[in-house]
Design a protein. Structure first.
Length: 368
Protein backbone atom coordinates (compact mmCIF):
# COMPACT_ATOMS: atom_id res chain seq x y z
CA UNK A 1 0.00 0.00 0.00
CA UNK A 2 1.62 3.18 -1.26
CA UNK A 3 1.52 6.30 0.98
CA UNK A 4 2.31 8.56 -1.98
CA UNK A 5 -0.50 9.97 -4.12
CA UNK A 6 -1.41 8.03 -7.28
CA UNK A 7 -0.35 9.22 -10.70
CA UNK A 8 -3.07 8.94 -13.36
CA UNK A 9 -1.92 8.25 -16.90
CA UNK A 10 -5.38 9.25 -18.11
CA UNK A 11 -8.35 10.91 -16.51
CA UNK A 12 -10.57 8.51 -14.55
CA UNK A 13 -13.78 7.76 -16.43
CA UNK A 14 -15.62 6.39 -13.39
CA UNK A 15 -14.98 7.15 -9.71
CA UNK A 16 -16.44 5.41 -6.67
CA UNK A 17 -16.75 7.13 -3.27
CA UNK A 18 -17.44 4.96 -0.24
CA UNK A 19 -18.62 6.64 2.95
CA UNK A 20 -21.30 4.49 4.51
CA UNK A 21 -22.12 6.31 7.75
CA UNK A 22 -22.68 8.20 10.05
CA UNK A 23 -24.81 11.12 8.81
CA UNK A 24 -22.52 13.82 10.18
CA UNK A 25 -19.43 12.16 8.75
CA UNK A 26 -21.15 11.69 5.39
CA UNK A 27 -21.92 15.43 5.45
CA UNK A 28 -18.28 16.22 6.20
CA UNK A 29 -17.25 14.13 3.18
CA UNK A 30 -19.59 15.86 0.69
CA UNK A 31 -17.10 18.59 -0.33
CA UNK A 32 -15.09 15.89 -2.12
CA UNK A 33 -17.88 15.73 -4.74
CA UNK A 34 -17.31 19.32 -5.79
CA UNK A 35 -13.52 18.86 -5.84
CA UNK A 36 -13.65 15.65 -7.91
CA UNK A 37 -16.19 17.12 -10.31
CA UNK A 38 -14.02 20.18 -10.87
CA UNK A 39 -10.93 18.06 -11.59
CA UNK A 40 -12.68 15.41 -13.72
CA UNK A 41 -15.97 16.93 -14.94
CA UNK A 42 -16.79 14.07 -17.35
CA UNK A 43 -16.24 11.22 -14.91
CA UNK A 44 -19.16 9.05 -13.77
CA UNK A 45 -19.30 9.69 -10.03
CA UNK A 46 -20.92 7.14 -7.67
CA UNK A 47 -21.33 7.06 -3.89
CA UNK A 48 -22.02 3.98 -1.75
CA UNK A 49 -23.87 4.75 1.49
CA UNK A 50 -26.06 3.01 4.07
CA UNK A 51 -29.81 3.79 4.19
CA UNK A 52 -29.69 5.78 7.44
CA UNK A 53 -27.32 8.30 5.85
CA UNK A 54 -28.47 8.11 2.24
CA UNK A 55 -30.64 11.25 2.33
CA UNK A 56 -27.45 13.32 2.69
CA UNK A 57 -26.34 12.49 -0.87
CA UNK A 58 -29.40 11.16 -2.71
CA UNK A 59 -30.33 14.49 -4.31
CA UNK A 60 -26.82 15.73 -5.01
CA UNK A 61 -26.56 17.06 -8.57
CA UNK A 62 -22.83 16.38 -8.65
CA UNK A 63 -23.36 12.62 -8.34
CA UNK A 64 -24.39 10.40 -11.22
CA UNK A 65 -25.41 7.57 -8.95
CA UNK A 66 -26.03 6.71 -5.29
CA UNK A 67 -25.76 3.03 -4.38
CA UNK A 68 -27.53 2.24 -1.10
CA UNK A 69 -26.12 -0.77 0.74
CA UNK A 70 -28.47 -2.01 3.46
CA UNK A 71 -25.82 -3.55 5.70
CA UNK A 72 -28.24 -4.04 8.60
CA UNK A 73 -30.51 -6.10 6.37
CA UNK A 74 -27.55 -8.25 5.38
CA UNK A 75 -26.69 -8.77 9.06
CA UNK A 76 -30.30 -9.80 9.69
CA UNK A 77 -30.13 -12.40 6.94
CA UNK A 78 -26.87 -13.72 8.40
CA UNK A 79 -28.37 -14.04 11.89
CA UNK A 80 -31.46 -15.74 10.48
CA UNK A 81 -29.37 -18.22 8.52
CA UNK A 82 -30.71 -16.95 5.18
CA UNK A 83 -27.36 -17.49 3.53
CA UNK A 84 -28.75 -17.94 0.04
CA UNK A 85 -30.49 -14.56 0.20
CA UNK A 86 -27.33 -12.96 1.57
CA UNK A 87 -25.20 -14.51 -1.17
CA UNK A 88 -27.53 -13.26 -3.91
CA UNK A 89 -27.49 -9.75 -2.47
CA UNK A 90 -23.70 -9.75 -2.18
CA UNK A 91 -23.31 -10.94 -5.76
CA UNK A 92 -25.79 -8.29 -6.90
CA UNK A 93 -23.82 -5.49 -5.23
CA UNK A 94 -20.57 -6.84 -6.64
CA UNK A 95 -22.07 -7.03 -10.13
CA UNK A 96 -23.31 -3.43 -9.87
CA UNK A 97 -19.85 -2.24 -8.89
CA UNK A 98 -18.08 -4.23 -11.61
CA UNK A 99 -20.47 -2.98 -14.32
CA UNK A 100 -19.25 0.58 -13.80
CA UNK A 101 -15.58 -0.29 -14.51
CA UNK A 102 -14.31 2.19 -11.94
CA UNK A 103 -10.85 3.60 -12.49
CA UNK A 104 -10.64 5.06 -8.98
CA UNK A 105 -12.23 4.02 -5.69
CA UNK A 106 -11.94 6.24 -2.61
CA UNK A 107 -12.75 4.78 0.79
CA UNK A 108 -13.54 7.85 2.91
CA UNK A 109 -14.28 5.75 6.00
CA UNK A 110 -11.21 3.55 6.36
CA UNK A 111 -12.95 0.60 8.02
CA UNK A 112 -12.91 -3.03 6.93
CA UNK A 113 -16.51 -2.99 5.67
CA UNK A 114 -15.98 0.16 3.59
CA UNK A 115 -12.66 -1.16 2.34
CA UNK A 116 -14.28 -4.39 1.17
CA UNK A 117 -16.88 -2.42 -0.80
CA UNK A 118 -14.20 -0.24 -2.41
CA UNK A 119 -12.02 -3.24 -3.28
CA UNK A 120 -15.02 -5.14 -4.71
CA UNK A 121 -15.14 -2.53 -7.47
CA UNK A 122 -11.78 -3.82 -8.75
CA UNK A 123 -10.70 -0.26 -9.45
CA UNK A 124 -7.00 -0.28 -10.35
CA UNK A 125 -6.46 2.63 -7.95
CA UNK A 126 -8.05 2.09 -4.54
CA UNK A 127 -7.38 4.74 -1.88
CA UNK A 128 -8.22 4.73 1.81
CA UNK A 129 -8.47 7.66 4.20
CA UNK A 130 -6.75 6.42 7.36
CA UNK A 131 -7.23 2.64 6.96
CA UNK A 132 -8.14 0.70 10.11
CA UNK A 133 -9.15 -2.88 10.98
CA UNK A 134 -6.74 -4.24 8.38
CA UNK A 135 -8.52 -2.52 5.50
CA UNK A 136 -5.22 -1.10 4.29
CA UNK A 137 -4.35 -4.55 2.95
CA UNK A 138 -7.14 -4.09 0.38
CA UNK A 139 -5.88 -0.73 -0.87
CA UNK A 140 -3.32 0.32 -3.47
CA UNK A 141 -2.75 3.72 -1.79
CA UNK A 142 -3.50 5.25 1.57
CA UNK A 143 -3.70 8.74 2.95
CA UNK A 144 -2.35 8.53 6.52
CA UNK A 145 -4.45 10.14 9.25
CA UNK A 146 -3.98 10.51 12.97
CA UNK A 147 -2.78 14.09 12.87
CA UNK A 148 -4.71 16.79 14.71
CA UNK A 149 -7.21 18.46 12.38
CA UNK A 150 -8.63 21.80 13.49
CA UNK A 151 -11.42 22.23 10.97
CA UNK A 152 -14.55 20.31 10.07
CA UNK A 153 -14.08 18.18 6.95
CA UNK A 154 -10.38 18.54 7.76
CA UNK A 155 -9.20 15.02 6.94
CA UNK A 156 -11.19 14.78 3.66
CA UNK A 157 -9.78 18.17 2.71
CA UNK A 158 -6.20 17.13 3.42
CA UNK A 159 -6.69 13.96 1.37
CA UNK A 160 -8.20 15.99 -1.47
CA UNK A 161 -5.11 18.21 -1.49
CA UNK A 162 -2.95 15.09 -1.46
CA UNK A 163 -4.82 13.94 -4.58
CA UNK A 164 -4.12 17.27 -6.26
CA UNK A 165 -7.73 18.47 -6.11
CA UNK A 166 -8.76 22.11 -5.77
CA UNK A 167 -9.87 22.67 -2.16
CA UNK A 168 -10.37 26.43 -2.33
CA UNK A 169 -14.09 25.80 -1.72
CA UNK A 170 -14.43 22.84 0.60
CA UNK A 171 -17.67 23.85 2.28
CA UNK A 172 -20.36 21.29 3.06
CA UNK A 173 -22.34 20.48 -0.06
CA UNK A 174 -25.94 19.48 0.73
CA UNK A 175 -28.98 19.59 -1.54
CA UNK A 176 -32.60 19.25 -0.44
CA UNK A 177 -35.35 17.82 -2.58
CA UNK A 178 -37.88 20.66 -3.04
CA UNK A 179 -40.68 18.37 -1.90
CA UNK A 180 -38.81 17.59 1.30
CA UNK A 181 -38.32 21.27 1.99
CA UNK A 182 -42.03 21.87 1.45
CA UNK A 183 -42.68 19.06 3.90
CA UNK A 184 -40.48 20.80 6.47
CA UNK A 185 -42.46 24.01 6.05
CA UNK A 186 -45.68 22.05 6.46
CA UNK A 187 -44.49 20.48 9.73
CA UNK A 188 -43.53 23.92 11.03
CA UNK A 189 -46.88 25.41 10.01
CA UNK A 190 -48.73 22.55 11.72
CA UNK A 191 -46.83 23.44 14.89
CA UNK A 192 -47.83 27.10 14.53
CA UNK A 193 -44.48 28.39 13.24
CA UNK A 194 -44.89 30.52 10.11
CA UNK A 195 -42.10 33.07 10.54
CA UNK A 196 -38.53 33.32 11.80
CA UNK A 197 -37.53 30.92 14.58
CA UNK A 198 -34.58 29.57 16.54
CA UNK A 199 -33.87 25.85 16.28
CA UNK A 200 -32.22 24.06 19.19
CA UNK A 201 -30.52 20.69 18.64
CA UNK A 202 -29.62 19.17 22.03
CA UNK A 203 -29.46 15.49 21.12
CA UNK A 204 -26.68 13.20 19.94
CA UNK A 205 -25.79 9.56 20.43
CA UNK A 206 -22.45 10.45 22.05
CA UNK A 207 -22.70 11.16 25.79
CA UNK A 208 -19.58 13.32 25.85
CA UNK A 209 -21.13 15.73 23.34
CA UNK A 210 -24.22 16.44 25.46
CA UNK A 211 -24.91 19.69 27.25
CA UNK A 212 -27.41 19.43 30.11
CA UNK A 213 -31.18 19.19 29.90
CA UNK A 214 -31.90 21.77 32.61
CA UNK A 215 -29.61 24.24 30.86
CA UNK A 216 -31.31 23.67 27.51
CA UNK A 217 -34.67 24.43 29.13
CA UNK A 218 -33.37 27.62 30.75
CA UNK A 219 -31.68 28.67 27.51
CA UNK A 220 -34.87 28.14 25.51
CA UNK A 221 -36.80 30.36 27.91
CA UNK A 222 -34.11 33.06 27.73
CA UNK A 223 -33.93 32.90 23.93
CA UNK A 224 -37.68 33.21 23.63
CA UNK A 225 -37.78 36.13 26.07
CA UNK A 226 -34.76 38.06 24.78
CA UNK A 227 -35.07 37.56 21.01
CA UNK A 228 -38.82 37.28 20.60
CA UNK A 229 -38.42 34.32 18.24
CA UNK A 230 -40.18 30.98 18.74
CA UNK A 231 -37.82 28.25 19.87
CA UNK A 232 -38.23 24.93 18.05
CA UNK A 233 -36.85 21.68 19.47
CA UNK A 234 -35.50 19.14 16.95
CA UNK A 235 -34.76 15.46 17.43
CA UNK A 236 -35.72 11.94 16.49
CA UNK A 237 -38.04 9.34 18.06
CA UNK A 238 -35.20 8.03 20.25
CA UNK A 239 -34.92 11.47 21.87
CA UNK A 240 -38.54 11.52 23.07
CA UNK A 241 -37.96 11.00 26.80
CA UNK A 242 -35.17 13.57 27.02
CA UNK A 243 -37.25 16.01 24.97
CA UNK A 244 -40.19 15.62 27.34
CA UNK A 245 -38.00 16.50 30.30
CA UNK A 246 -36.76 19.66 28.57
CA UNK A 247 -40.29 20.63 27.56
CA UNK A 248 -41.59 20.09 31.10
CA UNK A 249 -38.89 22.39 32.47
CA UNK A 250 -39.78 25.20 30.03
CA UNK A 251 -43.57 25.05 29.69
CA UNK A 252 -44.91 27.13 26.84
CA UNK A 253 -41.50 28.30 25.67
CA UNK A 254 -40.64 25.55 23.18
CA UNK A 255 -42.30 24.25 20.00
CA UNK A 256 -41.93 20.47 19.91
CA UNK A 257 -40.92 18.86 16.59
CA UNK A 258 -39.09 15.89 18.13
CA UNK A 259 -39.96 12.74 16.20
CA UNK A 260 -42.46 14.64 14.03
CA UNK A 261 -40.34 14.97 10.89
CA UNK A 262 -38.53 12.63 8.57
CA UNK A 263 -34.74 12.86 8.52
CA UNK A 264 -34.90 14.91 5.33
CA UNK A 265 -37.59 17.19 6.75
CA UNK A 266 -35.44 17.77 9.84
CA UNK A 267 -32.68 19.06 7.56
CA UNK A 268 -35.31 21.17 5.82
CA UNK A 269 -36.26 22.69 9.18
CA UNK A 270 -32.60 23.59 9.65
CA UNK A 271 -32.57 25.27 6.23
CA UNK A 272 -35.67 27.30 7.16
CA UNK A 273 -34.37 28.47 10.54
CA UNK A 274 -33.13 31.93 11.48
CA UNK A 275 -30.66 30.61 14.07
CA UNK A 276 -29.45 27.13 15.02
CA UNK A 277 -28.05 26.29 18.46
CA UNK A 278 -26.83 22.73 18.79
CA UNK A 279 -24.29 20.21 19.93
CA UNK A 280 -21.73 18.44 17.76
CA UNK A 281 -24.17 16.44 15.61
CA UNK A 282 -25.33 16.14 12.01
CA UNK A 283 -28.31 18.54 12.20
CA UNK A 284 -26.16 21.29 13.67
CA UNK A 285 -23.57 20.83 10.95
CA UNK A 286 -26.24 20.88 8.24
CA UNK A 287 -26.79 24.54 9.14
CA UNK A 288 -23.34 25.38 7.77
CA UNK A 289 -24.31 24.06 4.33
CA UNK A 290 -27.38 26.31 4.21
CA UNK A 291 -25.52 29.33 5.62
CA UNK A 292 -27.67 29.58 8.71
CA UNK A 293 -26.35 31.54 11.70
CA UNK A 294 -25.15 28.75 13.96
CA UNK A 295 -23.91 28.33 17.53
CA UNK A 296 -22.01 25.10 18.09
CA UNK A 297 -21.96 23.95 21.72
CA UNK A 298 -18.65 22.11 21.73
CA UNK A 299 -16.95 20.44 24.67
CA UNK A 300 -14.29 17.86 23.86
CA UNK A 301 -14.23 18.45 20.09
CA UNK A 302 -10.99 19.98 18.90
CA UNK A 303 -12.28 22.09 16.02
CA UNK A 304 -10.96 25.64 16.09
CA UNK A 305 -11.87 26.95 12.62
CA UNK A 306 -15.54 27.94 12.19
CA UNK A 307 -16.79 26.57 8.84
CA UNK A 308 -18.59 29.81 7.95
CA UNK A 309 -18.47 33.46 9.11
CA UNK A 310 -21.98 32.86 10.50
CA UNK A 311 -20.75 30.21 12.97
CA UNK A 312 -19.82 30.72 16.60
CA UNK A 313 -18.15 27.96 18.61
CA UNK A 314 -18.89 27.98 22.34
CA UNK A 315 -16.32 26.02 24.30
CA UNK A 316 -13.69 26.25 27.02
CA UNK A 317 -10.13 25.17 26.37
CA UNK A 318 -9.09 23.27 29.46
CA UNK A 319 -6.09 20.98 29.69
CA UNK A 320 -7.82 17.82 28.47
CA UNK A 321 -9.48 19.36 25.38
CA UNK A 322 -9.56 17.87 22.80
CA UNK A 323 -9.91 14.60 24.67
CA UNK A 324 -11.95 12.41 22.36
CA UNK A 325 -10.48 10.78 19.29
CA UNK A 326 -11.10 7.44 17.65
CA UNK A 327 -8.23 5.89 19.58
CA UNK A 328 -8.41 7.63 22.94
CA UNK A 329 -11.31 7.59 25.43
CA UNK A 330 -12.78 10.48 27.39
CA UNK A 331 -10.28 11.40 30.10
CA UNK A 332 -12.56 12.93 32.74
CA UNK A 333 -14.29 9.73 33.77
CA UNK A 334 -17.68 11.02 32.68
CA UNK A 335 -17.62 14.33 34.55
CA UNK A 336 -17.65 16.32 31.26
CA UNK A 337 -16.06 19.37 32.84
CA UNK A 338 -15.68 21.06 29.47
CA UNK A 339 -19.45 20.96 28.97
CA UNK A 340 -20.21 22.07 32.55
CA UNK A 341 -18.18 25.25 31.98
CA UNK A 342 -20.45 26.36 29.13
CA UNK A 343 -23.16 28.73 30.35
CA UNK A 344 -26.48 29.76 28.89
CA UNK A 345 -25.43 33.38 29.28
CA UNK A 346 -22.57 33.06 26.79
CA UNK A 347 -24.76 31.19 24.31
CA UNK A 348 -27.47 33.85 24.61
CA UNK A 349 -24.90 36.60 24.01
CA UNK A 350 -23.67 34.82 20.88
CA UNK A 351 -27.27 34.40 19.70
CA UNK A 352 -28.03 38.09 20.10
CA UNK A 353 -24.83 39.03 18.27
CA UNK A 354 -25.61 36.70 15.34
CA UNK A 355 -29.22 37.84 15.03
CA UNK A 356 -28.08 41.46 14.96
CA UNK A 357 -25.46 40.70 12.30
CA UNK A 358 -27.76 38.45 10.26
CA UNK A 359 -31.37 39.62 10.77
CA UNK A 360 -34.04 36.97 10.18
CA UNK A 361 -36.04 36.91 6.97
CA UNK A 362 -39.65 37.99 7.50
CA UNK A 363 -41.31 34.69 6.62
CA UNK A 364 -40.69 31.06 5.77
CA UNK A 365 -39.85 30.22 2.20
CA UNK A 366 -37.55 33.18 1.62
CA UNK A 367 -34.33 31.61 2.89
CA UNK A 368 -31.62 30.54 0.48
Amino acid sequence: MDPSPPIFERDPRAILIVRLSARGDVMFATPIIRALRKRWPRAHLSWVVEPKSSDVVLNHPGLDEVIVWDRDQWKGWLRAGRLGRLRRAALGLRETLLERSYDLAIDMQGLLRSGIVARASRAPVCISLGPQEGSGLLMTHRYPTGRYVAEMSGEPKLMAKWLGLDTSDFSLDLHLDPEVRLGARARLAEAGVTGPFTLIVPFTTRAWKHWFEDRWAALATALRRETGLPVVLAGGPADREAADRILAAAPGDIVDLVGKTSLGEAVGVVAESSLVVGVDTALTHAAHAFLRPTICVFGPAGYTHPPTPMTRMIRHWIGCVPCRTENRPVTCGGDYTCMKLITGREILAAAQELLEAYPPEPSLGETG
